[in-house]
Design a protein around this ligand. Sequence first.
Ligand code: NAI
Ligand code: 15L
Length: 268
Amino acid sequence: VPQKPVLLTGASGALGRVLTRALGEQGWALRLTDRAPFPDPLPAGARFQLADLEDGPAILRLAEGCGTILHFGGISVEHPFETVIGPNIRGLYHVYDAARREGARMIFASSNHAIGFHPRSAVLDDDCSLAPDGFYGLSKAYGELMGGLYRDKHGVESVFLRIGSCFPEPTDARMLATWLSYADLTRLIARATLAPSLGPAGSVVIWAASNNSRMTWWRRDGRAVIGWTPQDSADSYAAALEGKTSGDPVVERYQGGGFAGIDYSRAA
Ligand code: NAI
Ligand code: 15L
């Protein structure tokens, strides 16, 4: 169990609810927040407070005394620039600044869409170039850069989770590569929070996918530093899902899949 309380943003969202339940059962002291009400019973040891990520003073108050911030709040799929910028850029800044004030470690829910315009034929290490596949992915790339700034200038530690597709089950052929099970996510958050050190760099990138044999796109990352090994696999869904592709050559070419195809107007 972490020594200090843990702040979870986006608590009322899909992954926030999964983490609240799982970490609550493990006895974590959770401070939950979201702009939407929390829909489930609160675990013992958890407190929930409504707040908008755009309200800087509220985020600072919520983070007081916390040793770790799990930043899962914000716009979570592709949207117009003006929709993304408030929660994912200004809100992100408020959360990073709260981490600086508290000396807290940040665990940032980044996304494969920060690198989604790399082709599926590429093999990426953690130091690959950022290649956002839309305004959402761009906000995640900015989040990783913001974390780099706060690390280099203020010593704030960050775990950047480039999450693939975290759902109860894989539902299409792409997810045979990108799927992350809820149990592997929960173990990942525990290791990222409890690891005594993030090594000399002070930050690590994690390719957050389960142990899927079709995940040939992502290779070196910081999992050994935090001691995380995924235990689940999408492989048992292969027979059911391998034919379930989009049929769109742009979508199938890029790691980001459907997000890369949204508003795509480049000559093929
Ligand atoms: P979700 O959309 O279910 O949850 C996001 C939560 O953030 C919502 O409850 C929403 O009310 C809250 N939120 C949005 N704007 C806010 C604001 N201005 N102030 C306060 N709260 C605000 O998304 P999900 O699937 O739970 O994802 C959680 C995080 O993980 C997101 O940051 C997402 O980008 C990231 N992620 C998720 C993946 C997945 O497969 N589920 C894959 C890659 C990244
Ligand atoms: C994401 O970043 C989204 O939050 C999630 O809803 C999925 O679309 C996922 O990526 C994915 O690429 O499957």
